[in-house]
Design a binder for this molecule. Structure first.
Ligand code: ZN
Length: 526
């Protein structure tokens, strides 16, 4: 057993008992953009479920949208008028962008659409609907009945953390005003279904029936209640929820004592960041990266690969700069190893990579689908004379993809071409970008450099068919026999083609250009 998801799955079966079906849960409050850090919560639950399924188990993955939480603050990207909606449930705050039914819906819809492309089976549940339909009414009543015990648990942990105990009149619930929908004050409970309230916002007071869903459990009680309600076996949690005395610790005691269900097993996951970006990503700040951003430059399988290969307890840094090219190389290698086209360093490494690949792919293909090298595509997409067809032709000529391509091959190559274009536009550092000079530049070239250029030109004219390696040798030899240092030689060549001192790997680059053009340029003819 080499993958962390398998290890966790085995542990779940051992400790929760060998059952036919397991419930895994993830949960997110849609109070802002649901970003690639939140996705780790979701994916960790999913992949452990995947490992359980691979052991012949049924798995029910529920994703809880905590859309009945309060609207706590107006993020920068939202009009300040939205202050008037503070303390309403996020699912009842209007959508500032006007495209969805509510503020929360806006963020949930984007995420659900993004996730739908990853081949993940999941049940999206909404706290709002569950409360409003009375689904939790019994548990809310129970929490009010057992209020003193719950408070005692919370106070015990507060004392350990050297915090003052909760206020005497603390309640395990909060109340939404049935009229203006903002948070109201809890005034009392009749021991049955009725809770009385007073609203400081609209001034109304009265009673509300718990079954109408305006009485909501506070987070530290809501979480354990839900574990019991849905009989959850596993739920990952961010480190802020797992520190000593955190909501997991108190939740564990509350679910066992009050709601009668053993606390689910958990797994701590670390934050996700973008290379070069400082600080924690937050849905309400401007620094969020969404799955949609990743889709612009990465295949869905590679997005899953990023999360699948990293142990959750390690901080994950996603590199959208040059590091993205390495990521493609790494993934392509793992894929070739999976299909037996390349060897791993050891049997153990093979097992780990094989499993990681399996867990990464939305659908594991039966055979290797053509891998267009992303690094080379970055060069090709910058060639003004090449369209998608032209690029595919070059890839075939240079042996990067097979001469005969299936529909899936072509689809994948076309996708990568678009991803490479996006990457060049959005993330490529300047030294990776270039454009071909339309005319030869006016630069001084030493006689021996001119001679070497003419020799390469002549060779190209004589040889209609050649491999990139052959061209590479010719280029090197022409300089070597004249004693031209290779640094100087390459500098000259890059300058005559792209007007820069450095550029993409030269031989494949030249081989992908129109040969008449290359010959003319080497002769410095306009
Ligand atoms: Zn009110």
């Amino acid at each position: 057993m080499v993958h962390w998801a398998d290890y966790m799955a085995e542990k779940i079966i051992r400790e929760r008992g060998d059952k036919e079906e397991y419930v895994v849960e993830s949960g997110i409050t849609p109070s802002g953009y649901v970003h690639i850090g939140n996705f780790r919560e979701f994916f960790t639950a999913y992949i452990v479920g995947h490992a359980l399924r691979d052991r012949g188990k049924k798995v029910h993955h529920i994703h809880m949208w905590d859309d009945y939480d309060r609207f706590r603050k107006v993020p920068k990207n939202v009009p300040q008028e939205w202050r008037e909606h503070l303390t309403k449930p996020v699912s009842e705050v209007p959508d500032p962008w006007g495209c969805h039914g509510s503020y929360a819906e806006h963020f949930m819809a984007i995420f659900e659409e993004e996730v739908s492309r990853l081949g993940i089976e999941v049940d999206f549940l909404h706290a709002y609907e569950l409360y409003k339909s009375g689904e939790y009414a019994e548990e809310v009543k129970l929490a009010l009945q057992r209020r003193d015990e719950i408070k005692a648990v919370l106070d015990k942990y507060r004392e350990r953390a050297k915090q003052p105990p909760l206020e005497e009149n603390w309640q395990p619930v909060m109340v939404y005003c049935p009229h203006c929908r903002k948070e109201a004050e809890f005034r009392g409970w009749d021991g049955g279904w009725r809770v009385s309230y007073r609203c400081p916002h609209c001034g109304r007071e009265g009673e509300t029936d718990i079954r109408e869903g305006n009485v909501k459990l506070r987070w530290r009680v809501d979480w354990p209640m839900r574990w019991a309600h849905f009989r959850v076996d596993f739920e990952p949690a961010g480190k802020d929820h797992l520190a000593a005395g955190s909501s997991y610790d108190t939740g564990k005691e509350i679910v066992e004592r009050i709601f009668g269900w053993p606390a689910p097993m958990t797994l701590m996951y670390e934050f996700v960041g973008i290379n070069g970006q400082k600080g924690k990503m937050s849905g309400s700040k401007g620094n969020v990266i969404l799955l949609s951003d990743l889709y612009e430059v990465l295949e869905p399988g590679i997005i899953r690969f990023i999360y699948a290969k990293s142990r959750p307890n390690k901080e994950l840094k996603i590199d959208l700069g040059l590091g993205l090219l390495n990521l493609y190389d790494e993934f392509d290698k793992v894929e070739r190893i999976y299909f037996g086209l390349e060897e791993a360093k050891s049997e153990e490494e093979f097992e780990e990579l094989r499993r990681t690949y399996e867990l990464s792919m939305p659908d594991v293909p039966e055979r290797l689908t053509a891998q267009a090298p992303f690094r080379f595509l970055v060069t090709l997409v910058q060639m003004p004379h090449l369209d998608e067809e032209g690029i595919i032709r070059i890839l075939q000529e240079q042996g990067h993809v097979p001469g005969e391509l299936s529909e899936e091959d072509v689809e994948r190559i076309r996708l990568r071409i678009r991803l490479a274009k996006n990457w060049v536009e959005k993330y490529a550092p300047d030294d990776v970008k270039f454009s071909l000079l339309e005319r030869p530049p006016e630069i001084d070239l030493q006689p021996e450099v001119r001679e070497a250029m003419l020799e390469v030109a002549e060779w190209l004219e004589k040889n209609e068919k050649f491999s990139v390696d052959e061209l590479n040798n010719v280029i090197f030899d022409a300089a070597k026999k004249r004693g031209i240092p290779s640094k100087k030689w390459f500098k000259a060549l890059y300058n005559i083609f792209i007007g820069k001192d450095r550029g993409p790997r030269l031989a494949p680059f030249l081989a992908s250009l129109d040969m008449d053009f290359v010959v003319k340029r080497l002769r410095m003819e306009a």
